[in-house]
Ligand binder design. Structure first.
Ligand code: NOJ
Length: 730
């Protein structure tokens, strides 16, 4: 087997990494760091590595003594300024604190949950919402967000799937980079940018059985091809920090993992920022059973490459003794201190440690922010089904029922990790609909709770549904059913919701199901019977307006699923980029399948409909060679053949047909969201470099092998025009 030359592409990858991360290295700053490190006592150094959650008066003295380097969960310009003042005016070396917070999908203006926003397949949008979140957070005294969450998740039982970008490493990488750019802007020194923290490094989403915090046992190939790429791209984009995770990876907890934290992150990728542990993940090394004492845990974490201890108190309580005993050298501690100080200098905290409280008042929840929240909510909605064009509804409709536990619910639309988001900021679906048609035409009832209910409530819903022209049913999950520590063994609608949907459907009134959820749900009955279905995830403060815009056709939905929807939880893990097996599923009994359910998903990755129709034609694929590079060009024409303006997300997939290790049946390599007027036709051209067609071989070397590749360009992972090209080794 011959390999294509890949020296140049790999060299290129390294250069890119070093360039972006190198911008974190500035000779003046390095000098200032050195001079500070020279002056610091051991206790002051260890203080920089110690992060505490929340402030209370008892901590004042520790700040004055330089024993705390960072806070999380302290927010607001007044509070952060006051605490910062203690650090920069009352501590010996006046080193500023860095304030971190989980600004995951907005600070006060809450945007769609990340899985929802990933459905927009729109990196420009994602960059803008991240920049807006950074602005609000920075105006409120925050310097650092524990985001983006870039864990690939192939198991919807895992509640944290809501916090990331779904199952695909390429889509996940593009959006990870967009978020880093959005949060960090052009310069960390800009007072309205904050430093990003891609998390949870690494493979946290691979938890066995979808159970949060559970062990992860995967091949190094899968680690490198599926779970690492979004982190790599985020590092390339200049991310200043990384969070190590809770999980173990192939027997070594990721918060004590020299291979991932030092060999890969620092040595291979050239990461120059600092690593923070997840909450007490250093202390949890005892539970993992790789450390007998907190001191031992501290040694393992620090030597592996974790610089800051979040709420573990392990470094603060043990490092000084370990240094005195000669077990940990001061040099090792100095290195972690340097990395943390580097980011503090980059943020300009030494020059402007405070934030003007006036900014907070004018920035947070401004009109401009709300307009962006509405745009991102609109773009994140996925139309799953629309038989006989039931949607959009005509605004002249005579009567409309709005039913469901989430129809007039504010809180749950904020989703998990809604930071400073407040229920009162949220527009509900009922309110959104009320702004479109006269209130007297609308009849509302809850029907049931998300996780409970009664026959009586359902009867009331039926009574209402019987007497209207159409019914909107808003069902799904509450905010606390996804996110951290929110794994589920069932992906069905909970409580009385299934009953409610059936009862309303049986009235014969045309029914639209609006789903609000933090993960793919198993809804085979709904998918079969209900004529129109909208997947709206949890869309944040402008949820109701965006959903009403879509229901009445003021916005034509164009989102696509960033994750596969299974038919039943028994199919999990199910993802589009799987391997073929020696016996691909077929009519023969002895092929890879189930006796009781098809192998195909209910809704595939990349899928989503529109109120208009698009036609793909004229796929042209060419391979162009120059002396040192081979490039693949794929062009396609896309035409809007319906009568409404609409967005299509053009997706390009490839398959390496024969290789030295098995390859996925399809891999997403490019996509573009385009907007087309009725009848408008656009040519969409993609360019791929050969180094993007490689994989890790049996020797764990990254190789691009010659041979035939299939290529598809189309509207989802299961449709598209097919072509092929060949890579040769000369
Ligand atoms: C634990 C979570 O795993 C992590 O995502 C978060 O950033 C920290 N807690 C801090 O809140």
């Amino acid at each position: 087997m011959k390999f294509l030359k890949f020296t140049l592409p790999l060299f290129l990858i390294c250069t890119l990494t070093l360039t972006a991360q190198n911008s974190l290295i500035n000779p003046d700053i390095e000098n200032r760091i050195e001079s500070l490190v020279q002056q610091m006592t051991l206790d002051e150094k260890i203080g920089q590595l110690h992060q505490v959650s929340g402030y209370n008066e008892n901590l004042k003295q520790q700040i004055q003594q330089g024993k705390i380097g960072s806070f999380l969960n302290v927010k607001g310009a007044t509070a952060t300024n006051e605490i910062q003042r203690i650090a920069v005016e009352e501590s010996r070396l006046k080193i500023p604190l860095i304030f971190g917070l989980d600004v995951i999908h907005g600070y006060r203006t809450i945007f769609p949950i990340p899985l929802g926003e990933a459905s927009s397949w729109d990196p420009d949008l994602v960059e803008r919402t991240s920049a807006m979140a950074a602005r609000e957070a920075a105006a409120s005294g925050i310097h650092w967000t524990f985001a983006p969450m870039v864990d690939i998740a192939r198991d919807p039982r895992w509640g944290r799937i809501a916090e990331g970008h779904g199952e695909d490493p390429y889509l996940g990488s593009v959006l990870a980079a967009a978020k880093v750019r959005g949060f960090q802007g052009k310069s960390l020194n800009d007072p309205f940018t904050i430093v990003a923290c891609p998390k949870h490094y690494v493979a946290y989403g691979g938890a066995q059985a979808g159970r949060d915090y559970h062990a992860v046992d995967i091949s190094i190939n899968t680690l490198r091809e599926i779970y690492l790429p979004p982190f790599k791209v985020a590092v390339d984009a200049g991310a200043g920090t990384i969070m190590s995770a809770f999980n173990e990876l192939n027997g070594v907890p990721t918060s004590a993992n020299l291979f991932t934290l030092t060999q890969i992150l620092r040595n291979e990728w050239g990461f120059q920022g600092f690593v923070v542990s997840d909450w007490n993940s250093i202390g949890e090394l005892l539970n993992h059973g790789i450390a007998a004492t907190p001191a031992e845990a501290g040694i393992k974490a620090l030597l592996a490459g974790v610089d800051m201890d979040m709420m573990g108190f392990v470094y603060a309580n043990n490092l000084a003794d370990l240094e005195k005993q000669g077990i940990i050298s001061e040099k090792t501690i100095d290195e972690a201190v340097r990395r943390i100080l580097r980011i503090k200098f980059q943020l300009g905290l030494f020059e402007h440690p405070f934030i003007n409280p006036e900014f907070e008042k004018t920035t947070v929840l401004s009109k401009e922010n709300l307009a962006l929240a509405r745009e991102s909510a609109q773009k994140s909605i996925v139309l799953l089904k629309n038989d006989n064009q039931l949607l959009p509804l005509n605004k002249n409709i005579k009567s409309l029922a709005v039913i469901g536990p989430l129809a007039d619910n504010r809180h749950d639309q904020l989703g998990c990790w809604h930071c400073e988001g407040k229920d009162i900021d949220v527009v509900t679906v009922l309110e959104g609909i009320q702004s479109k048609i006269p209130t007297e035409k609308i009849r509302y009832t809850k029907g049931c709770e998300v996780q409970g209910g009664s026959e009586k409530e359902i009867l009331k819903a039926v009574e209402i549904a019987q007497n209207v022209e159409a019914a909107i049913l808003v069902v799904g999950e509450s905010a606390d059913m996804s996110g951290e520590a929110a794994s589920r063994s069932s992906l069905d609608l909970a409580g009385y919701q299934k009953k409610l949907v059936k009862a309303v459907y049986e009235t014969g009134t045309p029914t639209v199901v609006v789903l609000m959820n933090g993960r793919p749900l198993t809804i085979p009955w709904i998918a079969e019977k209900i004529p129109a279905i909208l997947e709206t995830w949890q869309l944040g403060v402008q949820s109701g307006n965006a959903i009403a815009d879509v229901i009445f056709g003021d916005y034509n939905p164009g989102g696509k699923l960033p994750v596969t929807f299974p038919r039943t939880v028994g199919q999990v893990p199910i993802f589009y980029n799987h391997k073929n097996t020696g016996r691909p599923s077929g009519s023969d009994k002895f092929t890879s399948k189930y006796l009781d359910v098809p192998v195909t998903p209910l809704f595939p990755f990349g899928y989503g409909l529109s109120y208009t129709k698009f036609k793909f034609s004229n796929l042209k694929v060419t391979v162009e060679k120059t002396d040192d590079m081979t490039k693949i060009f794929a062009g396609v024409e896309v035409q809007n053949i319906g009568d409404r303006i609409g967005d299509e997300i053009v997706q390009l997939y490839v398959q390496d047909v024969v290789a030295s290790t098995t390859r996925p049946v399809k891999e997403l390599k490019r996509f573009r969201r385009i907007s087309l007027e009725p009848n408008e036709k656009k040519k969409v051209e993609f360019q791929l470099n050969t180094n993007e067609l490689g994989f890790y071989n049996q020797n764990l070397e990254y190789v691009v092998e010659p041979g035939v590749f299939k290529i598809w360009v189309g509207p989802s992972s299961v449709q598209g025009l097919e072509g092929s090209f060949e890579l040769t080794d000369n």
